[in-house]
Design a protein around this ligand. Structure first.
Ligand code: GAR
Length: 189
């Protein structure tokens, strides 16, 4: 049995999609969703889905070993960031080599870095008159959006597309490909 821990601090559509993808799979379990936002909609989704939630605050994340210690107890095969916006402390990055991945809603190295999340990314893509965007699934290191790229998937953008249209196209890619890449990583050896 492989186990996954997800980190999310927003709406949680990726968490829900990943949970549905692995539903009924006896070889994969979602151990827990970690969040630093007490009012995030992802918590409502987890309550409906029957997934445990572990809440921690930003201060303890950066000044104590709490999150790292809980992760070490769970011993997940993969830690999956799904709309989690805080930088991961070095202790966690180093404690889980090749086990910590993120999804970014654009084609890195473009449109990444601190402050580039959600609609900020899609507005920047629109402002650049980009003809394509997409998703980047990558390992997490100590720097925002700079870890080794695992996979990228692309979608075309037309001049008529608004930032909201781009967001919709990108989210479709996320929901199709993130669970598949997670599954591949879980069973690659
Ligand atoms: C997703 O689009 C994800 O790629 C993005 O946050 C969204 C979360 O949506 N992550 C980042 O921007 C990280 N820099 P969700 O809460 O509906 O899954």
């Amino acid at each position: 049995m492989k186990s996954i821990v997800l980190f999310a601090s927003g709406s949680g559509s990726n968490v829900e999609n990943i949970a549905h993808y692995f539903e009924g799979n006896p070889n994969v379990s979602i151990a827990c969703v970690f969040t630093n936002k007490r009012d995030a909609f992802v918590i409502d989704r987890c309550n409906t889905l029957g997934i445990s939630v572990f809440y921690f605050n930003k201060h303890s994340f950066y000044t104590t070993a709490l999150v790292s210690d809980v992760l070490k107890c769970i011993k997940p095969d993969l830690i999956v960031l799904a709309g989690f916006l805080l930088k991961i402390p070095a202790e966690i990055v180093q404690g889980f080599p090749n086990k910590l991945i993120n999804i970014h809603p654009a084609l890195l190295p473009k449109h990444g870095g601190k402050g580039m999340y959600g609609m900020h990314v899609h507005r920047a893509v629109k402002k650049d008159n980009a003809t394509e965007s997409g998703i980047t699934i990558h390992y997490v290191n100590e720097y925002y959006d700079e870890g080794a790229i695992i996979q990228q998937y692309r979608t075309g953008i037309s001049e008529q597309d608004s930032a909201e249209d781009i967001a919709k196209k990108v989210q479709e890619l996320e929901h199709i490909y993130y669970p598949k890449v997670i599954e591949e990583l879980l069973f690659k050896d």
